[in-house]
Design a protein around this ligand. Sequence first.
Ligand SMILES: NC(=O)c1ccc[n+]([C@@H]2O[C@H](COP(=O)([O-])OP(=O)(O)OC[C@H]3O[C@@H](n4cnc5c(N)ncnc54)[C@H](OP(=O)(O)O)[C@@H]3O)[C@@H](O)[C@H]2O)c1
Length: 351
Amino acid sequence: MEYRQLGSSGLRVSTITLGTMGFGGKGWASAVGQIGVEGARRQIGMARDAGVNLIDTADVYSQGVCEEIVGEALGGSRDEVLLATKVRMPMGDGPNDAGLSRHHILRAAEASLRRLGTDYIDLYQVHEWDGQTPLEETLSALDALVTSGKVRYIGASNLAGWQLMKALWVADRRGLERFVSQQIYYSLQARDAESELIPLTLDQGLGVLVWSPLAGGLLSGKYRRGQDAPEGTRRFEGWDEPPVHDEVKLYDTIDEVVAVGEELGVSAAQVALAYTLGKPGVTSVIAGARTEEQLADNLAAADVVLSAEQVERLDRVSAQPLRYPHWHQANTASDRLSPADLSLLGRHISG
Ligand SMILES: NC(=O)c1ccc[n+]([C@@H]2O[C@H](COP(=O)([O-])OP(=O)(O)OC[C@H]3O[C@@H](n4cnc5c(N)ncnc54)[C@H](OP(=O)(O)O)[C@@H]3O)[C@@H](O)[C@H]2O)c1
């Protein structure tokens, strides 16, 4: 297992992170998995044996049950792993049971610590944007958690480029803790992140944890053109994230992923994970698994090496058109681009 620095922080994390959204199976998470404490203990054991040192959860997964399962499954070995959790989504019906207010963050952090059975969270992430709470309030609450030792690093998730950049600016201006990472959706199914979030990552020295690197299983090779979603999968259960806007392109991409897998003698899932892990700015992919067979398959992706020619084919089939202002910058600003700009525009300029 390779370990990468989480952005500009001193923390080193494994290139594969264990996702736990399928632990608990309560409410909307029931379509993702129904894994209990024993199953979680086995998944965590397999991941740790493979060298995984980061486990990602969230307070909202199964309404707290997921965190409880992670805490119980870890038991006395909590200090041997890094725990990432999240705050922002509703944890009750009250007016202050959601969001990024000081009130909710401080209460939610205590609740997560209790459920996880620990006295510190390694990476505390804001799960989504809250456009109604001042960033100064959110960041000063997170800063207080770091100062108190209850949280070690803070991260963002699912923010737009301008929102994240504003948060970094507010933190710098006020001398508050800065986000060290962002957790984003980024896969061969949709490379939207390359237009703003990845250049921002490179420019600002953030780490990137990729959620749903298999597009919720779409890239695993078991969804094929003209066929219904296989029984027992989350799509079969009606799960609709990530959205698919272009089915032809999706199945063209899946065909290429499967073809590369056959060339290398590895699964399509491993190809899709290795592709995303090879992208600029990416620190780790958060692999979720309903079964231990899936997890074993995904963990093996850490050792898969794609050739430049295979990456080029996958790049080509999954390429997205440049959006404004990027197409204009590609046409007229190519004389003065930064390395961050070039992560998006370089290929288009060189053709
Ligand atoms: N920050 C956020 O907003 C956010 C959002 C979503 C997830 N996350 C985090 O990211 C983690 C991963 O998300 P995800 O579960 O959506 O990731 P994913 O890797 O895109 O999808 C995992 C799903 O794909 C299928 N699968 C996985 N490996 C497979 C394999 N080798 N062969 C065939 N099928 C396979 C399984 O679903 P089926 O058995 O149903 O096919 C599995 O549950 C979560 O656990 C959570 O920690 C964060």
